[in-house]
Ligand binder design. Structure first.
Ligand code: CO8
Length: 222
């Protein structure tokens, strides 16, 4: 049973976590522009000829592709530097999939983030897609675990969709670790729109031990 008291969206205070502002290469600034395009093209209706714009975008994509390191090299860098958060599909400023959300950590370790999701995250009319809701939970619970000092891979994620989670309106995503037993970790979360409860989740995570380290070493080529 998810205890919603500590997940009350009106709780405030706390400090920003997982904040990476260093954008020396200009990647976050570039991705912000891609996000604008991503948002505008979902259900895209334009009163202009798109062909010239498509040609311009193709040229930009070609130039980026020519200048980019290989996928394998980029994957290695994301893990070898431990710089997971900038590439995460929910909080990552360099991941175009991410809204992105910024989380604050409250005094009891609860994470709280506010976000307004655009049409690109829509499932049913005016509602956030259920798979996106699950993704938000997986990340907020995972980050809550990380900041509580015991983290692992998701082995189950139980989501209760209690009322529609709206697109185009602010929502509050909360999550906290509730229990650790050996390698097993439990965490709970909630999503609210105003004071309306949209969804709750409980996840269980297992510290993968050697597997993750082995993957990191392999991907880093070490
Ligand atoms: C480090 C975080 C980086 C960011 C991650 C972001 C979140 C994610 O997206 S994770 C990706 C999605 N998750 C996955 O792919 C995980 C797939 N699962 C696995 O690879 C393996 O189950 C793994 C590595 C986690 C654990 O495997 P292993 O080390 O062999 O553990 P295993 O012995 O099977 O299980 C440990 C305990 O958990 C229990 N358990 C495992 N799965 C479940 C489950 N689904 N439900 C309930 N209990 C379970 C087992 O019964 C066992 O309990 P006990 O110790 O009491 O016998």
């Amino acid at each position: 049973m998810v205890e919603t008291g500590p997940l009350d969206p009106s709780r405030g205070g706390g400090g920003r976590i997982d904040r990476v502002d260093d954008d020396e290469a200009g990647l976050f600034a570039l991705v912000d522009q891609v996000r604008r395009i991503r948002a505008l093209t979902t259900g895209g209706l334009f009163d202009t000829d798109l062909d010239p714009l498509t040609a311009q975008l193709r040229e930009v994509a070609d130039r980026l592709e020519a200048a980019s390191a290989s996928t394998e090299r980029r994957q290695a860098v994301t893990w070898s530097t431990g710089d997971y958060v900038t590439n995460c599909p929910v909080v990552g400023r360099s991941n175009v999939l991410a809204p992105p959300i910024a989380f604050d950590i409250l005094d009891d370790g609860t994470l709280r983030g506010e976000v307004t999701l655009g049409l690109e995250y829509q499932g049913p009319p005016a509602c956030v897609h259920g798979g996106m809701v699950a993704l938000l939970f997986d990340v907020v619970l995972g980050r809550a675990n990380f900041h509580a000092g015991a983290t692992g891979m998701t082995v189950y994620l139980d989501v209760d969709y209690r009322s529609p989670t709206p697109v185009l309106e602010p929502i509050v995503v909360t999550g906290r670790q509730v229990r650790v037993e050996g390698r097993k970790i439990w965490a709970q979360g909630a999503i609210h729109a105003g004071d309306r409860l949209c969804a709750t989740a409980e996840g269980m995570f297992v510290e993968p031990g050697g597997l993750l380290l082995e993957n990191r070493r392999r991907l880093a080529g070490g």
